[in-house]
Design a protein. Structure first.
Length: 534
């Protein structure tokens, strides 16, 4: 049982904060904290009359009891909160609320990372970019304990606070501080504020957040690409296709690097996987972790939290330019950047993202408890979202562009059995409507009659599939109308020495198991075809 998941309430659509650490969890914590070098204090305050006062104190004492290097210090105060001190010095990390659920991992990693431990610590180049940020930066992230995307953001910003003494970061449980969340008009998590101004909403990673902070605060680092790192094969992306390609390349004795935003890619957003043959069930985050563990068994250089901005050709070598200003070169490149959520691209959508327009029902669904929402999309992901949301929302309206749903029959039957799920086919979304602060409705055209109508509602969840992440490569390799990179049966693009695999390509059927096979094929093709050069 995973220590990061064991304290999550079984019903992820329901908030529950009274959770104690059982004997098994305490034993696992003792193992994780066995090699702590420094001494840590959970320096807490609690209001005299707070309903979770006792649970908060018991939770912190349980964590502290797992190591003789951790103590808990509690005093009276206005908020239910605690700061993490290392050798009596404030680390800049603070939690407001009880970090259980998915945020329990953020607390554990905050302690381990402060001690220089943890596989999530970025490389030296990224650490130096954090240190170079200008000025005092005070960050606050509002989260939901049921949100699977929130920990990535919280843990990334906690790391930045550790690397730069001028940065502080506070996690706030929006369920405990609802008045504050409503005053800030927060309708999606994670919501990150810098000096009280909204900086970011939704899923993100260390690299993306660092870029936003660099853009807002500036940096002492001068633009200098530095030396070019050279490899036999560079794999861009590290989802199922990219990781497979890297492992197969490394097994051929080649010098291999992976450049990626995060290990696992879109797999991290998948709650449950039941069709990976020989693995009856696995979560997306578990699979992503296993992909990384497998890749680390080989001599593969991993450059995470970066995205490729462009590829240029220099004689027979290909030069990759990244968002960090670094340059890499290789004889062969395998593009495996996958795909991302597709947007509606209608008026009002962009303006109301995070204010009524959302993409993750698991993360943002709790904000719409007892409210009317729409799910745009009638495929598997859309109907799964509608079923999940029907447990907490008063009504869920599914809007499908086609004349019938595309989801599996078993999902359709389950959705139709729910009294509060309404299904409208042949419905084209033409506008997201709001009052300047939040979504109030959606404009829909009946494709059979061309008649338009407005449905009054509180939130919109977009579930219309994925879009290939090929933008950085369109000037150098051929793509189709959907933006997918065109490949042949050997995963070759139209550019010699550049291959592509997985969901970023025009290969039919976007499935994890197919992406893994395509990644292996691309690596074997690159190796076999390169032999003809000798």
């Amino acid at each position: 049982m995973c220590i990061y998941c064991v304290i999550l309430h079984k019903n992820c659509n329901e908030f529950k904060t009274i959770i104690m650490l059982d004997t098994e969890i305490k034993q696992q914590l003792q193992s994780l904290f066995a090699n702590l070098k420094a001494r840590y204090v959970l320096d807490a305050t609690r209001p005299e009359s707070h309903e979770y006062r006792s649970e908060f104190t018991d939770f912190l004492n349980d964590v502290a009891s797992s190591s003789d290097k951790i103590t808990c210090r509690v005093s009276e105060g206005e908020q239910l909160a605690f700061s993490l001190l290392k050798d009596d010095k404030n680390t800049g990390i603070r939690f407001r609320g009880i970090p259980n659920g998915h945020e329990f991992s953020s607390l554990i990693l905050a302690i381990l990372n402060s001690d220089g431990q943890g596989k999530n610590i970025p490389d030296e180049a990224l650490i130096n970019r954090v240190k170079a940020l200008k000025g005092k930066i005070n960050l606050t992230t509002f989260v939901s304990l049921t949100c699977t995307n929130c920990p990535d953001v919280v843990q990334s910003l906690n790391l930045m606070a550790l690397f730069n003494d001028n940065i502080t970061h506070e996690m706030v449980d929006g369920a405990l501080y609802q008045d504050e969340a409503e005053a800030l008009n927060i309708q999606a998590v994670p919501s990150v504020f810098a000096e009280g101004r909204l900086l970011h909403v939704g899923k993100s990673n260390f690299g993306e957040l660092l870029e936003k902070l660099h853009a807002q605060y500036g940096s002492e680092i001068q633009a200098n690409p530095g030396e070019i790192k050279s490899y036999d094969v560079i794999v861009v992306g590290s989802g199922p296709a990219g990781t497979s390609a890297a492992i197969y390349s490394a097994r051929k004795g080649l010098k291999v690097a992976i450049i990626a935003e995060r290990i696992g890619g879109q797999v991290n957003e998948t709650v449950g996987i039941e069709n990976l043959i020989s693995v009856p069930y696995i979560t997306g985050t578990q699979l992503a972790a296993q992909l990384k563990t497998h890749a680390q068994r080989y001599s593969i250089d991993l450059f995470e939290h970066r995205h490729v901005e462009k590829i240029t050709l220099d004689d027979n070598a290909k030069v990759i330019w990244t968002s960090t200003g670094e340059r890499y070169t290789a004889a062969s490149i395998i593009i495996a950047t996958g795909a991302n959520w597709r947007k509606l691209n209608v008026p009002g959508e962009t303006e109301y993202i995070g204010r009524g327009v959302a993409f993750c029902p698991h993360c943002d669904g709790p904000f719409y408890k007892g409210k009317h929402v729409a799910v745009v999309g009638g495929g598997n992901s859309g109907i799964e979202a509608a079923i999940d949301l029907s447990g907490i929302c008063s009504k869920v309206t599914v809007l499908e562009f086609a004349d019938r749903l595309r989801a599996d029959t078993v999902l359709q039957n389950k959705a139709k059995s729910r009294d509060n799920i309404e299904i409208i086919a042949s419905a084209q979304t033409t506008e997201v409507i709001g009052n300047g602060e939040k979504v109030t409705g959606i404009r829909v055209k009946d494709r059979r009659t061309d008649k338009e109508s407005v449905i009054a509602l509180d939130g919109i969840f977009v579930q219309i599939g994925l879009m290939a992440n090929s933008g950085a490569f369109k000037d150098i390799v051929a793509t189709n109308k959907a933006g997918e990179i065109e490949i042949d049966e050997h995963c070759r693009t139209n550019q010699p020495g550049i291959y592509a695999a997985g969901d970023v390509t025009n290969v039919p059927f976007k499935q994890i198991i197919i992406a893994m096979g395509e990644g292996a094929k691309a690596a074997l093709s690159a190796f076999t075809l390169s032999l003809s050069d000798f």
